[in-house]
Write a protein that binds this ligand. Structure first.
Ligand SMILES: [Zn+2]
Length: 180
């Protein structure tokens, strides 16, 4: 897909252009809500908006779908159990998540969950949750938490494994001054 410029996304958001729905998501840092560009709700201040290209990333970063534009249901294919699965994942950012925990939360079998994640997010539920844990770790580090502690708090058992995963995901090492 063509990379959209920030200017174009701002314009689409401010003019509520439904043609851009699904092309990116409008995430609001102050409320932790994500919207479709066409959302009819009052637009937040630009400085509080972060444009996220995919729903997967928005969810991994902890944003929730807006009730007004029903961003979570766009394009009306999200199954009913998805929220429960994502909530389950969010509540377990400091540990690995068993498939049983997911199927218990969703009330559907694991192959259904796997199939959906593969087709919609291009990944497995486990890898999706791992990225969510990395986002969690990054937020902790940004708040000044030591990276080893952040690794532990995000369910990574080895610091080297954490460091490698973090670097692969964000392109930089988790420590300050690149000293780790
Ligand atoms: Zn909205």
């Amino acid at each position: 897909m063509k990379q959209l410029s920030t200017q174009e996304m701002v314009r689409a958001t401010m003019s509520r252009d439904a043609g851009y729905d699904g092309a990116f998501f409008v995430c609001v840092r102050t409320t932790m809500i994500y919207c479709l560009p066409s959302c009819k709700a009052k637009k937040p201040m630009l400085k509080n908006i972060v444009f996220i290209p995919t729903r997967a990333q928005a969810l991994q970063m902890g944003f929730r779908g807006c009730k007004r534009c029903r961003a979570a249901d766009f394009p009306k294919i999200a199954p009913k159990w998805l929220d429960a699965v994502v909530e389950q994942m969010k509540s377990k950012t400091s540990q690995h998540l068993s498939e049983t925990a997911l199927t218990d939360a969703a009330g559907v079998d694991i192959s259904t969950i796997r199939r959906y994640f593969k087709s919609q997010f291009g990944t497995t539920p486990t890898a999706f949750h791992r990225k969510m844990r990395l986002q969690h770790a990054r937020q902790l580090i940004e708040r000044g938490v030591n990276y080893l502690e952040a690794a532990f708090e995000s369910g990574f058992e080895s610091s080297s494994g954490f460091r490698d995963a973090f670097k692969k995901e964000f392109g930089s090492t988790p420590g300050r001054n690149h000293d780790v």
